[in-house]
Design a protein around this ligand. Structure first.
Ligand code: NDP
Length: 305
């Protein structure tokens, strides 16, 4: 089965959360903000730096470039050879920090092994850190400072929950995964006060004992594990909401590319018992790019206010 969306009717799903539709909604809002900036003679600009030739990273960068163009934003795609030195990369980021055409800077992860990713993150001006990885933005998120740039994937997940009408206030949420990109900021967003927050949050990870017992407690499960179909029916209680962040390539000789994308949740095994669930692809993925565009426009609005 290629696309879970096609088979939705076969399941007793109350709601399939359509990431493409919600991303389109976010993009409409972003487009209106871009037009307002353009009326002032300003075009928001995003620089995406790709080092090396990782095919998945190349695909992500192409996608970001395309979305920027479609929204009428300025996109600067900078492709560097894998031999690029740390010094050369930091020098480039420093120049982008003061480039008036650029309001958001993103260095595609993962860089080659000889690059110190943390040093790169520290070099990006926090005001242009649209990925939300700089310690200033991480701290602002923890402090519930509304000027924080929040990492795009968890921000997109929260927006999906709100758009789908899922109440997070007082809900038991289990986030599986504790990365700085997804798991930790997701937990911070969900425990923050206000809309899309106020949840009782547990973070699980590879050392969690009896993961299924922990996730079965959850009204909402957020899976950010990076292992195909790691969560099955035994992990999900009846009527739970499942947000599947995972994007895993698995071999599939029936497709043109020889692979297909699956999530961290076994959709076929879980969907029929869920109140709502995101598909992969077509769930969280489109939201990540939509939130990146929104963050870049926010950066532009602030830098040009
Ligand atoms: P990381 O590898 O950085 O983190 C994975 C987390 O899962 C770790 O905290 C790890 O625990 C935990 N984990 C691993 N195995 C298990 C297990 N068996 N049981 C419980 N926990 C486990 O991944 P990311 O957070 O960067 O990404 C997670 C997934 O989300 C990936 O599939 C990635 O492709 C996808 N992703 C999707 C995006 C999108 O736009 N939709 C954007 C970003 C990521 P420990 O810390 O103990 O090692």
């Amino acid at each position: 089965m290629q696309c879970p969306l096609k088979t939705a009717k076969e399941y007793k799903i109350m709601k399939l959360i359509d990431g493409k539709a919600v991303a389109a909604e976010v993009e409409l809002e972003t487009r209106a903000r871009i037009e307002a900036l353009k009326a002032r003679g300003i075009t928001p600009g995003l620089a995406v730096v790709l080092i090396g030739e990782n095919p998945a990273s190349q695909a992500y960068v192409r996608n970001k470039d395309r979305t920027c163009a479609a929204l009428g934003m300025h996109s600067r795609k900078i492709e560097l050879p894998s031999s690029t030195t740390q010094e050369e990369l930091l020098d480039l980021v420093t120049k982008l920090n003061v480039d008036p055409e650029i309001h958001g800077i993103l260095v595609q992860s993962p860089p080659p092994k000889h690059i110190d990713e943390h040093a790169v993150t520290l070099t990006i001006d926090p005001r242009k850190d649209v990925d939300g990885f700089h310690p200033v933005n991480v701290a602002k998120l923890a402090m519930e400072d509304p000027t924080a740039f929040v990492p795009c994937t968890p921000l997109g997940c929260q927006r999906l929950l709100i758009a789908a009408g899922i109440e997070t206030s007082g809900a038991e949420v289990v986030v599986v995964g504790r990365s700085l990109i997804v798991g930790k900021p997701m937990a911070l967003l969900l425990m923050a006060k206000g809309k899309g927050g106020d949840a009782t949050v547990t973070i699980a990870h590879s050392r969690t004992k009896d993961l299924a017992a922990v996730t079965r407690r959850a009204d909402i499960v957020i899976a950010a594990i990076g292992r195909p179909k790691a969560l099955g029916a035994e992990h999900i209680k009846d009527g739970a909401v499942v947000i599947d962040v995972g994007i895993n390539r698995v071999e599939d000789s029936t497709t043109k590319t020889g692979y297909r994308l699956v999530g961290d949740v076994d959709f076929d095994a879980v969907a029929s018992k869920c109140k709502a669930i995101t598909p992969v692809p077509g769930g969280v993925g489109p939201m990540t790019i939509a939130m990146l565009m929104a963050n870049t426009v926010t950066a532009c609005e602030r830098l040009t206010a």
